[in-house]
Design a protein around this ligand. Structure first.
Ligand code: FMN
Length: 337
């Protein structure tokens, strides 16, 4: 039975599942596999430079398996971790517009100018945030969907540590704009729960890393399958840039520096959290080579399916879960006694 949610209707997708932007993972081959499987795949814009920013669309179009409807997803991240000089987001947004991109995921605390620019061009915006306060600001900017990222999620969890059980219901109570649930989802039972809490779909990151099409080393996919929900750690809280990472030795060493540094200088921890080494992990398959992002949902991932198998399974499980819940009600007419 096909889903019929605000997300599936607006995006023209079959399964209300989005593959969130992922640095060093969310390339066109993964995004197109997710879109072809009936969800929405997003290409990470920070994976390329403005000079090469036609890459996602060109690659996606060059892929014969891309869906025919003109949905070439692209992700724009207005507020990335500290780096020398901010990228020219206005220029990125203009390339997105010029290339005819239809859907963009934004994230970060100051997305206003980019969202305004993209909305003027009629682009559908999914804005990801970890607090209701930020979600409300994005609503004022006219975003189409909020992607509510709970404390369970991989990557930037924010500084308030509110899990999805609370965040999603707060979103339902407060926002008045459709939202999807992000962080901690890997299966159809999770999707059914998110829909019950008022979401129009889910966003998944870590689960998609462990798929056949994810362009990362097989050994990292296997490390995900072998990991437990306790195998993540939070770093950079001291600098209000808290990130959930896979708890390997480098992450643990970084945490030690964070706790023990007497100066509190970021430069002391910088070599441990280097993005360059993190990127190598996905290429060389050594899970301990550098830090890499993963969510608590890592404990729910037990295999490496294709995106098509994964999304079909999620669809089936969600339906079964919703039928099961329905069967818990007694349909018999009320007794007249
Ligand atoms: C390897 C990896 C890289 C990610 N990179 C980014 C990023 O660059 N920017 C961002 O906003 N979110 C990033 N995320 C977060 C995802 O887009 C998504 O919000 C998150 O994974 C959802 O939580 P889950 O992993 O529990 O599904 C990343 C996640 C992973 C697993």
């Amino acid at each position: 039975m096909p889903f019929n949610t605000a997300l599936t209707r607006k995006l023209g997708i079959r399964v209300p599942v989005v593959q969130g932007g992922m640095q060093w993972v969310g390339y066109a081959e993964l995004a197109s596999a997710v879109s072809n499987a009936g969800g929405l795949g997003l290409v990470g814009l920070v994976l390329t430079h403005c000079a090469h920013s036609t890459y996602p669309r060109r690659s996606a179009q060059g892929n014969p398996t891309m869906p025919h409807h003109d949905q070439v997803p692209l992700r724009c991240q207005p507020d990335p971790p500290p780096r020398p000089g901010p990228p020219d987001y206005g220029a990125y947004a203009q390339v997105i517009i010029d290339e005819g991109i239809k859907i963009v995921e934004t994230a970060g605390n100051n997305p206003g100018p980019v969202i305004t620019q993209l909305k003027k061009a009629g682009i559908i915006i999914l804005h990801k945030c970890t607090t209701i306060r930020h979600a409300k600001s994005a609503v004022k900017l006219g975003v189409d969907f909020l992607s509510i990222d709970g404390f369970e999620c991989a990557g930037h969890v924010g500084e308030h540590d509110i899990t999805n059980f609370i965040l999603l219901s707060r979103a339902r109570q407060e926002l008045g704009v459709p939202f999807i649930a992000s962080g901690g989802f890997a299966d159809g039972q999770g999707l059914a729960a998110a829909l019950a809490l008022g979401a129009e779909g889910i966003n998944m990151g870590t689960r998609f890393m462990s798929t056949v099409e994810a362009p990362i080393h097989q050994k990292i996919k296997e490390a995900i399958v072998n990991a437990q929900e306790t195998d993540t750690a939070l770093v950079l809280r001291r600098w209000k840039n808290t990130s959930r990472l896979f708890a390997n030795q480098v992450t643990k060493d970084a945490l030690k520096v964070e706790k023990e540094s007497t100066t509190g200088e970021f430069s002391e921890i910088a070599p441990f959290v280097s993005g360059k080494r993190g990127r190598q992990v996905f290429l060389n398959g050594d899970k301990d080579y550098g830090v890499w992002t993963a969510g608590q949902v890592i404990g729910l991932i037990h295999d490496i399916p294709t995106c098509a198998v994964l999304l079909e399974r999620i669809e089936k499980e969600a339906l079964e879960a919703m039928n099961r819940t329905r069967s818990l009600f007694n349909d018999a007419p009320a007794s007249k006694l």
